[in-house]
Write a protein that binds this ligand. Structure first.
Ligand code: MN
Length: 227
């Protein structure tokens, strides 16, 4: 009886100390990782050529692989030693200005943008989001028209956003450069990038044509989750 108890006790001590050692190891590895590279490229849920012909593989490789990567690298470098060193991305966008805001805004904007597409996308939103769109614009077709008009009207580089307020009311917001409706207290649901780097290789100067095509690859299930 005593022997069995001792065996169990020994086993318990060995197991818990092993588990403790593993936890300590894991957390120190994670801390090192967090310090070395805080923000990372989000994984795309599709292949680089999967959105063709709406967005070409070359545009994905440059826009996601180079432009977005550069914003993220810049952001990680710029926040070192500042009050934003351990802040989350949304806080940085809301509270920063200058080059930190530009790179944080573009990191947030592109994270939303690239995770709004699917090769099986298109069609119309469902459920609560569809109801809110119909309440505001009368129909999905009318909403699309207004959104395309906003995107075409942004002068120079920027974004067209679908955003909601705290009561769930929708708005279309035009933003310049790295702007995001989060700085106006709104929640971004869908953003169309109208910087030339988003469309020039595939559509040259035809921004309106590019915006009209984007609806074919919108992953409404991803957008609905944000609402
Ligand atoms: Mn872009």
């Amino acid at each position: 009886m005593n022997k069995l108890f001792l065996t169990c006790l020994t086993l318990f001590v060995v197991l818990t100390s092993t588990a403790h050692a593993q936890n300590t190891n894991n957390s120190s590895i994670n801390n090192q990782k967090t310090k070395a590279m805080k923000f990372e490229l989000p994984k795309l849920p599709y292949a680089a050529n999967a959105l063709e012909p709406v967005i070409s593989q070359q545009t994905i490789e440059l826009h996601y692989g180079k432009h977005l990567q550069t914003y993220i690298t810049n952001l990680n470098n710029l926040i070192q030693g500042t009050k934003f060193e351990n802040a989350d991305l949304e806080t940085i966008v809301k509270e920063s200005d200058g080059t930190i805001f530009n790179n944080a805004g573009q990191t947030l904007n592109h994270n939303i943008y690239f995770l709004s597409f699917s090769p099986n996308g298109g069609g119309e939103p469902k459920g609560k989001l569809a109801d809110a769109i119909n309440r505001k614009w009368g129909s999905f077709e009318n909403f699309k028209k207004e959104f395309n008009t906003a995107g075409t009207a942004v002068f120079g580089s920027g974004w067209a956003w679908l955003a909601k307020d705290k009561d769930g009311n929708l708005e279309i917001i035009k933003e310049s450069n790295a702007g995001n409706p989060i700085t106006k207290g709104l929640t971004p649901l869908l953003g169309f990038d109208v910087w030339e780097h988003a469309y020039y290789l595939d559509y040259q100067n035809r921004r309106a044509d590019h915006l009209a095509e984007l609806w074919k690859i919108i992953d409404w299930s991803a957008v609905e989750i944000r609402y």
